[in-house]
Design a protein around this ligand. Structure first.
Ligand SMILES: Cc1ncc(COP(=O)(O)O)c(C=O)c1O
Length: 440
């Protein structure tokens, strides 16, 4: 394969990888400028919900940009921001939901942290400033979001710069088979250790994203978390950045347990990759209390509530609804899981196959019995990912799931428009990559 060499004036996160130049996309496919076709098996990091090249979204963007691309949200509202919010309020499980839009997952997590603090202040709970989170989680790249993230490798160089927020162990049934309630009680211990009067909120991914690879807790986890948050006056922020917007076969990951958060954030698939967009959502009563008590929401964002972004989000949502893509995610996801189990379930290095809707992960191990991971220096997840990429399948990968440093995950999250034949091809390509790297 021909790669563009990393010689120009752009630098990227993964610096040694001479990446091909993207040309265009169509449906679940991407094409580079040599004409090579890739199946977009993960939509990058789970972004491309309605597929590539959707004219409806492109036209909505063009129409809004022509009418007016930008007007500062401190001075104007816009029709798409109002309409999109009215539509979202029907599917977001928060009473009288209110939305604040920003441009990425990290930004909406930052906003959620500040919102939690201000909801507590509006309630007269001025000491509450700590946000408890979980190890082996990811909430974003900015220093505030990183301070609540639990991904060691990404935190390490900046430890002296991030706020030392309390972290608890995540539920990880594959490696830590305690009951969900027991795993949830770690939150209670952390609240008591930090002092109840200091804790503003708990933030967590309803189904773990890239750090633990589609790891869902057992059914008693989220109800117990909700109970603990209520008991101690701690707000629960659901980070649905990756698993929200239909990805797991329901609109929101937490709906698998019928548990409601106090604050919700989402991003990635919200505008299907057509525009960088995310929101933080809160209950109307909490927003109203801030207005009455504090006057304003103390936050900012030059590009907040972007008219073009919310127009893209609205067009994406309409496609999701018209084409029943949440239902398709549930159906095709079940089929994808079944095919993965059938094709790779017996492989000696595939320790676990787990997933929900159209988000699936393989946890790769040295030994299925002991679950011993490969050392991080072996770069196993990357090597499998790279084989798949060369074969024309774009998957997603991460390292560190097993103990914070070691542990390899290869993940799939195709566009929610995917069909059975395409699922078959994705699984066949991934299996070919695994066999090429690890034998049969
Ligand atoms: C659960 C979760 N929260 C937050 C983020 C940060 O989002 P972004 O990369 O858009 O800043 C991510 C990104 O991977 C994520 O998976």
């Amino acid at each position: 394969m021909q790669y563009t060499h990393p010689q120009g004036h752009v630098f990227y996160r993964k610096m040694g990888f001479a990446r091909p130049k993207i040309s265009h996309g169509e449906g679940i496919y991407l094409f580079d400028d040599t004409g090579k076709r890739y199946i977009d098996g993960s939509g990058g990091p789970l972004v491309v919900n309605v597929g590539h090249g959707r004219t409806e979204v492109v036209e909505a963007i063009a129409k809004q940009a022509q009418a007016v691309a930008y007007a500062h949200a401190i001075m104007f509202t816009s029709e798409p921001a109002e309409q999109f919010s009215a539509e979202l309020a029907k599917i977001v499980p928060l009473p009288d939901a209110r939305f604040y839009y920003l441009s990425s997952g990290s930004e909406v997590v930052e906003a959620a942290i500040k919102l939690a603090r201000q909801i507590q202040m509006a309630r007269g709970e001025n000491c509450r400033h700590l946000i408890i989170s979980r190890w082996r989680s990811y909430h974003g790249m900015s220093l505030g979001a990183l301070s609540v993230s639990g991904k060691l490798g990404m935190r390490q160089p900046f430890l002296a710069m991030v706020h030392d927020m309390p972290h608890i162990a995540p539920p990880y049934p594959y490696r830590d088979p305690v009951s969900g309630a027991e795993a949830a009680n770690r939150l209670e211990s952390a609240i008591l250790a930090a002092g109840q009067m200091n804790v503003a909120a708990f933030i967590a991914e309803p189904i773990s994203g890239a750090s633990l690879g589609a790891m869902a807790p057992t059914d008693d986890y989220w109800p117990r978390i909700r109970e603990i948050c209520d008991q101690y006056g701690v707000l629960f922020i659901a980070d649905e950045v990756l698993v929200g917007m239909g990805r797991t076969g329901k609109w929101w990951g937490l709906q698998h347990w019928n548990v409601q958060p106090d604050i919700m954030v989402t991003s990635k698939g919200l505008a299907g990759g057509y525009f960088p967009l995310g929101f933080v959502a809160a209950k109307g009563s909490d927003v109203e209390q801030i207005r009455q008590t504090l006057g304003d929401f103390n936050h900012g964002g030059t590009f907040s509530h972007h008219a073009v972004g919310t127009a893209a989000g609205l067009a994406t949502l309409r496609i999701m609804q018209a084409e029943n893509l949440v239902e398709n995610a549930a159906n095709m996801g079940a089929y994808l899981g079944q095919q993965l189990h059938q094709t790779l379930g017996d492989h000696p290095n595939v320790g676990d196959i787990r997933g929900c809707g159209l988000f699936w992960a393989l946890e790769i191990v040295q030994d299925r019995v002991t679950k011993e991971p490969f050392p991080v220096t072996r770069h196993m997840a990357w090597d499998i990912w790279k084989r798949a990429f060369d074969l024309g399948l774009v998957a997603y990968y991460s390292q560190g799931c097993a103990d914070g440093t070691n542990g390899d995950l290869v993940m799939l999250g195709p566009p929610l428009i995917v069909n059975r034949e395409q699922v078959d091809e994705i699984v066949q390509l991934l299996a070919t990559a695994v066999h090429a790297e690890l034998g049969r």
